[in-house]
Design a protein around this ligand. Structure first.
Ligand code: FES
Ligand SMILES: [Fe+2]
Length: 388
């Protein structure tokens, strides 16, 4: 089964550019398994996807292999120092060149099936008994490249060969990150939290993008953040939530001696979250990876100046893990069950606040859904043009 163009267009039926007049996405957007098949092509294979911190690919020969919604990819720094990415697939019979999700340092790619070898720039280096083939030119059988970009000490790939660079699409985001996280390049990976959430990836994202629920669902968090000065801002393909924080008498975790006294969150279309919590120097990258329409893997990668978390850093990680994430996952899974009922067929409304409650606005959720619907619309238009 595939989703029809008219079903896709119906997702935007009650959406309005003014959040105060708009309905949110209908339940079908969160529950239809055929929609995810479409989203894989139109969104995840068509937009910039986070891979790793640049430290993983700092030296020639460093590589990482991973999967972007069913597409095996390998990223590498070649011998000349250039970052490259390819489909992790041999041009002979299609075996994966690097097994599974792994990282390390290599001299060349050797296929485990019949041992064709590729240089780190993707060119074919050796193919056993290839002289027996007629009209076989090595230069025609290099690994198939994928776009790769270093952006603010993070590595992203894009499976659309015609996509504009992330730097050119993301406006002022790089300047904002450099301003608030000047030490990003020097921080190192120290911890990963992984969650299997029984909810659609867009419910995870909707929940990430508003703090209307914070005073109700995160009672400890709101003792750490000054909610009356929490600011939600939306721009192009990203949004931010920034507020003064780090009160030492809070109920969340110990922030004694905090050098970071703000709660900083960015969302980058389509499924990456970037954040810095009050406390010592830190950087957290969130990835929301759809498994199917009903399930999402969430990963949180923590970066600190040190590669093993100290006691105070561990206390903050445990607060995220045992309190904050538990609260959010319960919400997401409950909402997902709600989306499976006729009660949510229509989609809900958006609460857009200002003044002393401005931090509790759902403007960021409306912004995400508008970027989402635009992307679907754009993809349909491009498909229609290419078949004319
Ligand atoms: S599939 Fe790779 S060498 Fe045959
Ligand atoms: Fe939350």
């Amino acid at each position: 089964m595939t989703i029809s163009i008219s079903e896709l267009k119906a997702l935007a039926k009650n959406f309005h550019s003014d959040p105060k007049r708009s309905f949110s996405l209908p339940a079908k957007a969160y529950t239809d398994p055929d929609l995810l098949e479409f989203e894989r092509k139109a969104i995840f294979h068509n937009n910039w996807q986070y891979v790793c911190h640049i430290e993983t690919l700092r030296n020639p020969g460093d590589y990482i292999s991973f999967d972007i919604q069913g597409q095996p990819i390998v990223a590498v720094r070649d011998k000349q120092g250039e970052l490259r990415a390819f489909y992790n697939v041999c041009r002979h019979r299609g075996h994966e060149l690097v097994q599974g999700n792994s990282k390390g340092n290599i001299k060349l790619f050797v296929c485990p099936y019949h041992a064709w070898g590729y240089n780190l720039d993707g060119t074919l280096r050796g193919a056993r008994h290839s002289k027996t083939m007629e009209n076989f030119q090595f230069e025609d059988y290099g690994m198939v490249p994928v776009q790769i970009e270093e952006f603010c000490s993070m590595v992203f790939v894009n499976l659309n060969p015609d996509a504009a660079s992330l730097a050119s699409q993301s406006g002022e985001l790089a300047n904002e990150l450099k301003h608030y996280i000047p030490d990003l390049d020097t921080l190192t990976h120290a911890y990963r939290l992984t969650y299997h959430v029984k909810g659609n990836w867009k419910i995870v994202t909707d929940n990430f993008l508003e703090c209307y629920h914070c005073p109700v669902s995160h009672k400890d968090l709101v003792t750490l953040i000054e909610m009356e000065n929490y600011q939600v801002t939306t721009h192009g393909i990203y949004s931010s939530q920034i507020g003064p924080a780090g009160k030492s008498d809070n109920k969340a975790y110990n922030v004694d001696g905090a050098s970071v006294q703000e709660h900083l969150l960015w969302w980058l279309w389509p499924n990456t979250g970037l954040s810095r919590y009050p406390g010592g120097p830190n950087w957290i990258i969130w990835n929301f990876i759809p498994v199917d329409a009903d399930n999402t893997i969430e990963t949180f990668d923590f970066f600190f100046p040190n590669s093993t978390p100290n006691e105070q850093q561990m206390e903050a990680i445990e607060y995220v893990d045992k309190v904050l994430q538990k609260e959010d996952i319960d919400i997401i899974e409950s909402v997902h069950r709600g989306m499976k009922t006729p009660a949510c067929e229509q989609g809900g409304r958006f609460v857009v606040t200002d003044g002393k409650h401005k931090g509790e606005t759902e403007q960021g959720v409306h912004h995400f859904q508008s970027v989402y619907l635009n992307a679907i619309n754009q993809y349909i238009q491009n498909q229609e043009q290419s078949t004319e």
